[in-house]
Design a protein around this ligand. Structure first.
Ligand SMILES: [Zn+2]
Length: 65
């Protein structure tokens, strides 16, 4: 399989505040994500590794509560 260098951009997850999960303090990033459609509430569609990591940790924490 050959890897296309012009990959689609990663799809990020949004946290409950509407911020990008892997960059929750950056309002600009949240705005860009919204405008450019690179963030989603659909966690099964997320491709950003950092977001997936955080989603995994969050769901684990929830289970422990
Ligand atoms: Zn992300």
């Amino acid at each position: 399989m050959s890897q296309d260098k012009r990959q689609k951009r990663d799809l990020h997850a949004l946290n409950p505040d509407g911020m990008v999960l892997c960059n929750p303090r950056d309002k600009e990033a949240a705005h860009r994500a919204e405008v450019e459609g690179i963030a989603t509430d659909d966690h099964s569609a997320v491709t950003c590794r950092n977001c997936l990591d955080l989603l995994y940790k969050l769901s684990k924490e929830k289970r422990n509560q």
